[in-house]
Design a protein around this ligand. Structure first.
Ligand SMILES: Cc1cc2nc3c(=O)[nH]c(=O)nc-3n(C[C@H](O)[C@H](O)[C@H](O)COP(=O)(O)OP(=O)(O)OC[C@H]3O[C@@H](n4cnc5c(N)ncnc54)[C@H](O)[C@@H]3O)c2cc1C
Length: 607
C-alpha cells in the first residue's frame, strides 16, 4: 500500500541527499580551479570526491547515530582496580567515523606535511619548495587547498566529534614543524601525522582558564624547571576548557616561574598524556562539560599537578607560538568549518524545498522561500570565497613565498574571516531551519538542530567576535594592515574587469569608505575620546571591509568562470552580497533587479 503523499516527498528528499557531497557542490570545484589552478584541481579532485562519498555514506550516518542516541564521550577516571587512567570512552560509531576521517590524509595535508611514508591521499600531491619544513620530517609543504576542500566536506557533518580533534592535531603538528626542537619533532610529528586512526596520536590545545579565555595573559598555570631533566618543566594549574581531552599530546600555555605578567611571559608547552605509557602525566580530568553543541567532542576541565612538559620554541615566546601556530590554524579552519556547515544547510533546505508540497506546489516555488534559499547560498559562497583566498595566503606563507603585503593581509583576514563566517553560519542554518518548518527543529528529521548548535559554538571558540575585532583593530593601528587589504580587494576587482559593472563600483566605494574610516580610527591624530568610540564602530567597519573583500573575490571568480551560465550565477551571488552588506540603506523593494538576482543566483541549484 502506498504511503501518504507527504511521506513519499520526504523520502525523495532524503534519497536525493544520499549521494556524493563533493559532486553535489560544483561550486567547490570552480573555486578550487580559480584559486589553486586547473592542474592542481585536476590532481586533487578524485581525492576530494572520494571523501565526499565517504562523508555522505559513512561519516555522517555514524555521527548522526552518536548524536541521536546521545552516545556522547564519557569520563572513566579509574580502571576496575582503582588505578587512575583519565580515560575518555567513545562509542564504536564515533571510532568508525574517526577512522575514515583520518584515512583521508586530511591532517597531514593541512599541516603542510606528508604523512610518514606518504599518506594515501597525500602521496599524489605536487611537492612545493617549502623552505620551512625541517629536515628529517619530509619535503613538501603544499596541500592546504586539498586539506581545505576535505575539511569543508567534513564540516558538512558539523563538528561531529572529529573536526576539532583534526584541527588541534594540525595546529600542534604545525607548531612542532615550525617552532619545535628537532627532538620534539622526531618524537611526536610522525605520530601526529599518521593516517591510521587507531595508531595515530591526536593533539589538543589548552589555553583557557576559569578566569577567562579571551584574556590569555591572565593565565595562572605555572611551569617550574624540572631539576632532574634539563630543558623540561613541571606544570601546575587548572585549565577550564580542554577539548580533545582524550588527546595523546597537549599544548598547554603556562607561566614559567619568575616570568612577568601578561602574555609576554607565557610559555607554550608540549605535555604528553602519559610518560610511562599508561599513567596520566600529572593531570586529572575533573569532568567533561555538558555542552550546547559539539557534543560528540570531549571537552573537559583539567587539573595539572606537576605534569612533565617541554617548551615549543623558546620558553618566553610561548604566546607567539600559541597565536601564530595554534590559534591562526584554528581560526583558518574554523572558517572552513563554518562554511561547510552552511553548505550542508543549503543542500538540505534546497532539496527540501524541491520536494515539500504546500498549497498544491513545492514550497521552493514560493518567491519568499526562494529568496531565503538565495540568501543562504550567497552567504555560503561568499564564505567559501574569502576562506579559499585565505587558504592561498596560508600556503604561500608556509612555502616562504609570501610578500610582506600578503603577510599583512593574512594577519587581518585570519581573524576577520573567522568572525564574519561564524556569524553567517548561525544565520544560514537558522534560515534553513525555517525552510524545513517545524520539522527543522526535530533532532532525527534532519541535521539542522545539530548544525545550529555547533555553529553557535564555532562563534565563540578560537576567539569571540569582540576579541577578534579588538585584535584586528590593534593590528591595523600597529601594522597598517588596512592599506594592503584594500589593495587586495582592488586587485580582485581588477581581475573581475568591466563585467563587474555597478556591483564592482559599489564594492570599490565600500572599500574606500572602510579604508578611510579605519585609517581615521586608528590614526595617530585621534583623541582618546574618539578612540573609545572607534572601538564600537570598528566592528561595523570590519564587517564592511571583509564583506567588500568577499564581494570582490566573488566577482573575480565570476570572471574566471568557464561558462557564461556559471559566470552569470556567480555574478548574481556577488550582487546579493553587495546589496545586503555594502550598499547603504539598500531595500530590496526599491531594487527592481532584486527578484531577477534571486532567480539568477539559484539558476544551478533550486529548480
Ligand atoms: C565547546 C567549547 C570548547 C572549547 N575548547 C577549548 C579548548 O580546547 N582550549 C581552550 O583553550 N579553550 C577552549 N574553549 C574556550 C574558548 O576559547 C573561550 O570560551 C573563548 O576564548 C572565550 O573565553 P571565555 O568563554 O572565557 O569568555 P570571556 O573571555 O569571559 O568573554 C566574555 C565576553 O566578553 C567579551 N570580551 C572579552 N574581552 C573583551 C574586550 N577586550 N572587548 C570587548 N569585549 C570583550 C567577549 O567577546 C565575550 O563576549 C572552548 C570553548 C567552548 C565553548
Amino acid at each position: 500500500m502506498a504511503g501518504p503523499p507527504g511521506r513519499d516527498d520526504l523520502t525523495r528528499w532524503r534519497d536525493e541527499l544520499r549521494g556524493n557531497w563533493a559532486t553535489m557542490t560544483p561550486n567547490l570545484e570552480r573555486v578550487l580551479r580559480c584559486r589553486a589552478g586547473d592542474e592542481r584541481a585536476d590532481a586533487m579532485l578524485p581525492w576530494v570526491r572520494a571523501f565526499g562519498a565517504t562523508m555522505a555514506s559513512l561519516v555522517e550516518p555514524a555521527v548522526a547515530e552518536v548524536e541521536r542516541n546521545r552516545w556522547l564521550p564519557a569520563s572513566a577516571p579509574y580502571d576496575g582496580v582503582g588505578t587512575a587512567t583519565a580515560h575518555v570512552a567513545f562509542h564504536p560509531d564515533h571510532l568508525l567515523a574517526g577512522r575514515a576521517v583520518w584515512a583521508s590524509g586530511l591532517v597531514a595535508a593541512a599541516a603542510g606535511l606528508p604523512g610518514p611514508g606518504g599518506a594515501p591521499g597525500v602521496a599524489g600531491l605536487p611537492s612545493g619548495g617549502a623552505g620551512h619544513v625541517p629536515a628529517g620530517v619530509a619535503p613538501g609543504g603544499h596541500g592546504l587547498f586539498e586539506a581545505a576542500a576535505l575539511f569543508y566536506l567534513l564540516s558538512h557533518a558539523g563538528e561531529g566529534g572529529h573536526a576539532c580533534p583534526a584541527v588541534c592535531t594540525v595546529g600542534l603538528a604545525r607548531a612542532l614543524a615550525h617552532r619545535g626542537s628537532g627532538d620534539l619533532r622526531d618524537r611526536y610529528l610522525p605520530k601526529l601525522l599518521d593516517t591510521d586512526y587507531d595508531r595515530a596520536w591526536r593533539g589538543s590545545q589548552f589555553l583557557t582558564e576559569v578566569q577567562g579565555g579571551s584574556d590569555v595573559g591572565a593565565n595562572t598555570t605555572v611551569a617550574e624547571p624540572d631539576p632532574d631533566r634539563p630543558g623540561a618543566y613541571r606544570l601546575t594549574g587548572e585549565k577550564w576548557f580542554c577539548s580533545v581531552a582524550d588527546a595523546q599530546v597537549f599544548a598547554v600555555t603556562a607561566r614559567p616561574a619568575g616570568a612577568g605578567p601578561g602574555t609576554a611571559g607565557l610559555g607554550c608547552f608540549l605535555v604528553p598524556r602519559t610518560v610511562d605509557g599508561s599513567a596520566p602525566n600529572g593531570f586529572r580530568i575533573r569532568r567533561l562539560k555538558d555542552k550546547l553543541g559539539t557534543r560528540a567532542l570531549a571537552s573537559a576541565e583539567i587539573d595539572f599537578d606537576g605534569a612533565l612538559g617541554w617548551p615549543i620554541g623558546p620558553v618566553d615566546d610561548g604566546f607567539h607560538v600559541a597565536v601564530g601556530e595554534l590559534l591562526n590554524t584554528s581560526r583558518w579552519m574554523n572558517a572552513l568549518g563554518s562554511t561547510g556547515i552552511m553548505r550542508r544547510a543549503v543542500l538540505e533546505a534546497t532539496a527540501f524545498a524541491r520536494h515539500r508540497q504546500a498549497f498544491g506546489s513545492p514550497i521552493g516555488a514560493f518567491p519568499i522561500v526562494r529568496e531565503q534559499l538565495a540568501v543562504m547560498k550567497a552567504e555560503e559562497e561568499a564564505a567559501l570565497s574569502s576562506t579559499m583566498l585565505l587558504t592561498g595566503l596560508v600556503e604561500r606563507i608556509d612555502a616562504d613565498d609570501a610578500t610582506d603585503e600578503e603577510r599583512a593581509v593574512h594577519r587581518f583576514l585570519v581573524n576577520a574571516n573567522k568572525y564574519v563566517t561564524s556569524i553567517a553560519a548561525t544565520d544560514v542554518v537558522h534560515r534553513g531551519i525555517e525552510v524545513l518548518g517545524g520539522n527543522g527543529t526535530i533532532e532525527d528529521f534532519s541535521p539542522m538542530p545539530r548544525l545550529y548548535r555547533d555553529a553557535i559554538v564555532f562563534e565563540s571558540w578560537e576567539g569571540t567576535h569582540n576579541v577578534l575585532c579588538a585584535q584586528v583593530r590593534r593590528d591595523c593601528a600597529r601594522l597598517g594592515l588596512i592599506g594592503p587589504v584594500a589593495a587586495l580587494a582592488r586587485r580582485e576587482l581588477a581581475r573581475a574587469g568591466e563585467a563587474a559593472g555597478a556591483d564592482g563600483a559599489a564594492v570599490r566605494d565600500a572599500v574606500a569608505r572602510a579604508e578611510h574610516r579605519i585609517a581615521a580610527d586608528v590614526g595617530e591624530a585621534r583623541s582618546p575620546g574618539a578612540a573609545a568610540a572607534g572601538a564600537g564602530h570598528f566592528r561595523r567597519n570590519l564587517d564592511l571591509v571583509t564583506r567588500a573583500l568577499q564581494a570582490a573575490s566573488l566577482l573575480a571568480e565570476a570572471a574566471a568562470a568557464g561558462s557564461a551560465a556559471v559566470a552569470d550565477e556567480k555574478s548574481a551571488v556577488a550582487a546579493l552580497i553587495v546589496r545586503r552588506h555594502l550598499v547603504p540603506g539598500h531595500d530590496p523593494q526599491d531594487d527592481p533587479e532584486w527578484p531577477a538576482l534571486v532567480e539568477r543566483s539559484l539558476a544551478g541549484s533550486a529548480g
